[in-house]
Design a protein around this ligand. Sequence first.
Ligand code: PLP
Ligand code: COI
Length: 339
Amino acid sequence: MERTDWGSLGFDYYKTDWNARYSFTNGTWSEMQVTDDEYIHMHMSASCLHYGIELFEGLKAFRGVDGKVRLFRVEENAKRLRSSAERLCLPVPTVEMIVEACIEVVKRNEKYIPPYGTGASLYLRPVMFGTTVGLGVKPAKDALLIIYASPVGAYFKEGIKPIQVALDREQDRAAPRGTGDVKVGGNYASSILSGEHAHRLGYSNVLYLDPKEHKYIEECGAANFFGIRDGKYITPKSDSILPSITNKSLRQIAADLGLVVEERPVLMEELSTFEECGACGTAAVISPIGRIVDLQTQAVYDYGMDNVGEVSMKLYTRLQDIQYGRADDPYGWCTIVEM
Ligand code: PLP
Ligand code: COI
């Protein structure tokens, strides 16, 4: 692909050349198959279509300042994929299978890895679903795991500029003891309506409260939440939020920058006490939250729409320095993909 406009890429699907697949049939996994086919041939009564037996992952490969390609924390994504598969009673691929396929997809699609300095990266999307034909609600015996790639820019069009977020108390994204802590399509399906409502009102994303008491901050529709106050990095702990790998990395970075890290239930009332807030995730990286508006009470929490908070900027810079190879990787987070 001869692109000159890498810097203006949004977060969308752009075709690359190759994807990798494993299928599970008759109780065993196939070898990895690499194909240029973007389509799948599937029965209309496959279990994923009717009962949402589907999961996915998201991770990025970065072209570094030194020209090397770094895949960020791929083993963590592989482990989370396994926990999603276990939750849906799908066959569980090994970490090695997932990592190997991710590396293969990055190598094969090298020309789609955005050049250093464009702010873009190669997003990998592992997706897995049950393919067993049937009508009853039961576990799928057969599955397909596909890992494909797409070059992407910022998830929120604002980039590192502050976003406005809508607090929605009327809809939850996940049930108290449901599937909020795994990355399954159903969580996103149930967030679409409230996400659309917020978009129409001009907000970039929704901030959800805990689904049991509606007292605690949960997370955004596509990213975890953190607040900064008095030298503390504060982030919600809850069984119904996705354990974000970016958030885990930021907690480590924050601690090493001398912040106190608190991972605990965060009361909604604390929103008015934060000096800075942010949404964090693979796609979002860190998106500073400039304003939160409670759609039901109209309460407004302002953190500044015109400037990025100092601590958020420090965390963002440190994370991206590691991802783009501008700084050492003391934690061993990056896998260098030899081309
Ligand atoms: N929370 C939700 C609901 C997400 O979809 C994502 C995106 O993956 C995250 C959090 C962030 O997780 P990670 O940092 O592992 O990408
Ligand atoms: C990610 O950050 O990788 C995500 O999966 C978020 C989103 C696009 C659903």
